[in-house]
Design a protein around this ligand. Structure first.
Ligand SMILES: C[S@@+](CC[C@H](N)C(=O)[O-])C[C@H]1O[C@@H](n2cnc3c(N)ncnc32)[C@H](O)[C@@H]1O
Length: 237
């Protein structure tokens, strides 16, 4: 983690793009750890999420735009840094998205990939993060929202290596949780599980996924929750 923070602390650029920005967690992190920047641009194709992120960053040098990452409207070589966090497994056409990310990145610009993985050997609290993710992916898939299972370490490595970047560096870390069994936090996750499955109430798989959700709640109360291990790749175009 220390080495990664040092590396990120050496990166600067005027315009920084976060692809599939969601609510903007990655932008928030990069704002704190990069050496310097002028402006962030975040894109996401969900109306609801774009509105949330626009409101969240309204007083910050951040522009949130509704845009499909498979077809970006930016000119070639527009950004100094282009990144994506925990969204590779959400992309329907990942190759197209990665091609677009590289296209809009300036020559010698930094390409950042940050992605959790589901490799064995993680704590039971981390496994709960992975299991919740895979359960949510099943529900999203029923609702036609692109969401696959998270990748194995080697799969993410292959994706990063196939980008044809130079000066590639890789980092791996598990973000520590002060208290994986924090009751308030676990209760929030339990509520999310309850409401998440209600979105498919009419579907034939509802009862099965609901039962699976109940098992997840039990496991959360027993073992707690911690973020899954994460890979971070940084390379230059
Ligand atoms: C796990 S969330 C994003 C997490 C976010 N990057 C973060 O660091 O907190 C995945 C996001 O990908 C978005 N998404 C999926 N496919 C997309 C696409 N083709 N173009 C733009 N956004 C997309 C979804 O709307 C969702 O907000």
């Amino acid at each position: 983690m220390e080495k990664l923070l040092k590396k990120l602390g050496s990166i600067f650029g005027d315009k920084i793009l976060d692809v599939a920005c969601g609510r903007g967690e990655f932008i928030g992190i990069l704002m704190q750890v990069l050496k310097d920047y002028e402006k962030f641009v975040g894109i996401d194709f969900s109306d609801k999420i774009v509105k949330f992120a626009q409101e969240h960053f309204k007083d910050k040098p951040v522009e949130i735009i509704k845009m499909d990452a498979e077809n970006m409207s930016f000119a070639d070589d527009s950004f100094d840094v282009v990144g994506i966090q925990n969204s590779l497994h959400h992309m329907l056409k990942l190759d197209k998205v990665l091609y677009e990310m590289k296209r809009v990145l300036k020559p010698k610009g930094n390409f950042l990939i940050c992605e959790m993985h589901c490799e064995d050997g993680q704590t039971q609290a981390q496994q709960n993060h992975i299991k919740i993710h895979h359960w949510c992916a099943e529900i999203d898939t029923i609702l036609n929202i692109p969401h696959k299972k998270t990748f194995q370490r080697e799969q993410i490595k292959e994706i990063a290596e196939n980008l044809g970047l130079t000066n590639m560096q890789s980092f791996e870390y598990s973000f520590p949780m002060e208290n994986p069994k924090d009751e308030e936090f676990i209760e929030r996750l339990v509520k999310t599980i309850t409401s998440y499955v209600e979105r498919i109430k009419e579907h034939k798989d509802y009862e099965g996924l609901k039962a699976e959700g109940e098992k997840l709640k039990k496991s959360l109360k027993t073992f707690g929750y911690a973020p899954a291990a994460t890979l971070f790749f940084i390379g230059k175009k």
